[in-house]
Structures are given as structure tokens and as C-alpha cells.
Design a protein around this ligand. Structure first.
Ligand code: CO
Length: 439
């Protein structure tokens, strides 16, 4: 790598680290993404209103606080020039708070949590956890306002049993019962006020609102340890939520860099709820992408309908991929071994758990060649069940050609994951070419 290339890679890494730090929840991810888009000259649109769109201009819209669609309209109608879409997801597996926030456990107050998606639960034990999300706050006029909240303090902890009380833990493996062992201790408890109110007081105060005005909440726990560049030569990134915030960041960076409009319309779709199957009002299997693309087609009167546009479009579904594990290469197919810092990975599955096919893989390989970026291939061992992504959900609902790709990581769905520090800039360049209408 040239010294300029190395400087670019470091700059891209630092940008990613600050994005990760700003986004402990999907709601914060959307807020931070909106901030970056506003800085880049994108205008906000409300789904409740009529849109007056001008070719060549850049806009974004938010649904449910957790999903975001941003686009730069092409100079030609989508029915002629198509959409180039990059999709990723804003949510990560972890712990969410129940409606009643706390319960008692002997002399302790415990947060009442539910598991969201498929985290490696053992990695959530003995970690200092903060709390963040959104509150739905009653306004004077009677409506509800969503207010983000974030408590960057070691509020709570799920403690492991001492080795002396669980001598076989290393032989048996650390198992965490979701209902009994998982709820983290948040305070000492000696009776008195309602447990949930004690916690709600703290959350409302952190948000700067009166507790009585808080009418609802979506709250998550998060790892307090900041993201870091690691390894002797700085070749790795150690961080929470790389899956899939690293791809959200890459997609946004690429869109923001495509300053001039091209013929085709560039779209970035950041969806909530991928980790729980995407079938929700703001998930990738829901109507959001279709609803927005239909409006963009209508912005060109007489330019042809959505089906014509979709037939000429392509979706790059960007979600992290499995790098070969340093200690357990036996878990991988020996002829599909993606490496950290080896470039983006094309993910293929014969049963379409990934939406890639021969044609879309070829198109993505061409983009990588054009960007002078190496590309890697992933397929599961034939005797292991494959994961999935937003790709198949979005492809099925839109009928759009789709490729599933992602930068390689280790420890996927652990509270902290590991990525390569040279991969972010490489993928940024590929996605920028794609969104600019090349390939
Ligand atoms: Co993912």
C-alpha cells in the first residue's frame, strides 16, 4: 500500500471509530447518520407529507426512529437509469429493557431484560454496561416527542459466579440462563419505592425530562468500552456493533463522497430489525424501501413505473462476513477462507440465505477490479447452517438483483468484535463507484 493509501485507510478507520462510538443503539445510529447527511447537504423529508423532488438533489427520510433511507436523485428517470442501492442494518444483538424496567433480586435491584436477536450471551457477563435508547415524552400540546437518551456510566453488570462456586465452568462452557442469570444488578435494594420507578427516575433525569411525562421507551444496554485500533501494527479494529454499523458507515461515506449526481439514482437504506428477521414496519422485509422508491419514480412524470425501474436496478446488501478464525480454521470451508484486511467478501449460499447469484457476484467482482480492491469469497461448510442478511428479504419484496457482501470480522455477535483496519477504506471506494453508477 502507498503512503497516501495508508493515510486514507487510517482516516477511514478513525471516522468509523467515532461513528461506532456515537451509535450505541439504532436510534442513535439514525440520528448520527442524519447529522452526517445534513452536513453533506441532504434535505430531510417527512413520510407524512407530499414530496417535491428535484432531479440531481439529495434527500433522506426516517421511519420509526430506527431506519433511514438517503438518496441522490439521478439526472435521468429511474425507469431508464435504475437505482443503485446499498443496504445495511442499524441494529445489533444485545439486551433490551422490558416495559417495567426493574425487579428485585434479594438485596439487589435488577434490570429486567430481554435478549434481542442472537448475541453470544456469555460475552455480556462481567462487562460494565451503560444504557441508551429513546423515550417517548408527552408534550404540552398532548403529542409525543421521541427523545434520545444515553447514560455513559457503568450502571450495571451481570456477574459471573466465582470459580469456587462453579468449578466446572471452563470444562462445561459458560452458559447463561436468560431469565435467571442474565438480569444485571443496577443497585442495592432495601425496599421502598417501586423498582421500575427508581430506574426511570435516573433515565428521565439523564434525558432532562420529568418522569411523569415519559409515556414509553425503547432502551438497550451497551458495552461502555470505546472502540480501538489494535494489534502490533494497528491492523485490527476492536469494537462493539461492527455488525453492522461498519457497513452503515461505509454506505453513508460512499454516498456522501458521490458529490455530483449521475444518471442513475443512488440510494442508501439503513434498516432496523435485521437481527430479528426484518419482518417489521421499518425492517428490510417491510414496505419502507418500496414506498420510498415508488415516490422517487413518481418524481419523473411519464418516466415509467416502479417495475421497469426495479428491472434495471441493483442492491448491494452490505453485512459483515466471517473471517477465518485464527484458532478454529476447521469451522470454515477450506477453499473459502476470507482474511481480515483481504478486502470485501462476496457471500454466496445455494439455498439463497444470501441473495447473491453468479451474475450479481460477477458485477461486484468487476466493481472491485475497477476500484483496484481485492475481493474474497465466502460460503459456509456444507455441514453448518448458514446465517442471513437483509439481502434475501429486500430482494424478494422488490424483485431486485442483489449481491450479499461485507467486510470480514471475527467474533460476530460477541459484545466486542474484530475487523481489519485496512478494509473500511477499500470498501468505501467500491461502494462509491457503485453508487456513482459504475459497473
Ligand atoms: Co449483520
Amino acid at each position: 500500500m502507498s503512503s497516501t493509501g495508508r493515510t486514507d485507510a487510517i482516516a477511514a478507520c478513525r471516522d468509523l471509530l467515532s461513528y461506532l462510538q456515537a451509535c450505541p443503539t439504532p436510534f442513535h445510529c439514525v440520528e448520527e447518520s442524519c447529522r452526517l447527511l445534513e452536513e453533506g447537504g441532504f434535505s430531510r423529508l417527512n413520510e407524512r407529507e407530499q414530496w417535491r423532488l428535484e432531479p440531481g438533489k439529495a434527500y433522506y427520510t426516517v421511519r420509526g426512529g430506527g431506519s433511514l433511507l438517503a438518496f441522490r436523485l439521478g439526472l435521468r428517470p429511474p425507469a431508464e437509469a435504475g437505482f443503485n442501492i446499498v443496504g445495511a442494518h442499524t441494529d445489533s444483538p444485545g439486551l433490551r429493557l422490558k416495559p417495567n424496567l426493574a425487579k428485585t433480586g434479594g438485596p439487589y435491584l435488577l434490570l429486567d431484560v430481554e435478549v434481542y436477536g442472537g448475541p453470544i450471551l456469555a460475552t455480556w457477563t462481567d462487562r460494565d454496561l451503560g444504557l441508551a435508547g429513546r423515550l417517548l415524552v408527552e408534550e404540552d400540546a398532548g403529542g409525543l416527542e421521541a427523545r434520545l437518551v444515553r447514560i455513559d456510566l457503568p450502571l450495571c453488570r451481570t456477574s459471573n459466579l466465582a470459580i469456587h462456586l462453579d468449578r466446572e465452568v471452563n470444562e462445561r462452557g459458560l452458559t447463561v440462563d436468560r431469565h435467571v442469570a442474565l438480569p444485571p444488578a443496577v443497585a442495592e435494594w432495601s425496599g421502598g419505592e417501586d423498582p421500575s420507578r427508581v430506574v426511570l427516575n435516573v433515565v428521565a433525569e439523564a434525558a432532562g425530562v420529568e418522569r411523569e411525562r415519559v409515556r414509553g421507551h425503547d432502551l438497550c444496554l451497551f458495552d461502555l468500552q470505546p472502540p480501538a485500533i489494535g494489534g502490533i501494527n494497528g491492523e485490527m479494529i476492536f469494537a462493539a456493533r461492527l455488525d453492522d454499523l461498519a457497513m452503515c458507515h461505509s454506505a453513508l461515506t460512499a454516498l456522501l463522497r458521490t458529490g455530483e449526481p449521475g444518471d442513475s439514482t443512488a440510494v442508501v437504506a439503513l434498516f432496523d430489525h435485521e437481527e430479528i428477521g426484518s419482518t417489521t414496519s421499518r425492517g428490510a422485509a417491510g414496505s419502507m424501501l418500496r414506498d420510498v422508491l415508488a415516490r422517487l419514480v413518481e418524481a419523473h412524470p411519464g418516466g415509467g413505473g416502479l417495475p421497469t425501474a426495479m428491472a434495471g436496478s441493483m442492491l448491494v446488501s452490505a453485512d459483515m462476513a466471517h473471517a477465518v478464525h485464527p484458532n478454529r480454521p476447521d469451522k470454515h470451508d477450506g477453499s473459502h477462507l476470507p482474511l481480515l484486511n483481504g478486502g470485501p467478501v462476496i457471500k454466496t449460499n445455494a439455498n439463497q440465505r444470501y441473495a447473491t447469484d453468479g451474475e450479481t457476484a460477477a458485477l461486484f467482482r468487476n466493481l472491485c477490479r475497477e476500484a483496484s480492491v481485492p475481493v474474497q469469497e465466502f460460503a459456509m461448510r456444507a455441514d453448518l447452517r448458514c446465517g442471513s442478511s437483509i439481502g434475501p428479504a429486500a430482494a424478494a419484496s422488490l424483485g431486485v438483483r442483489t449481491v450479499d457482501i461485507g467486510n470480514p470480522i471475527l467474533s460476530m455477535h460477541s459484545i466486542r468484535e474484530v475487523a481489519g483496519s485496512k478494509d473500511p477504506e477499500a470498501l468505501n471506494r467500491v461502494l462509491e463507484l457503485f453508487l456513482a453508477g459504475c459497473g
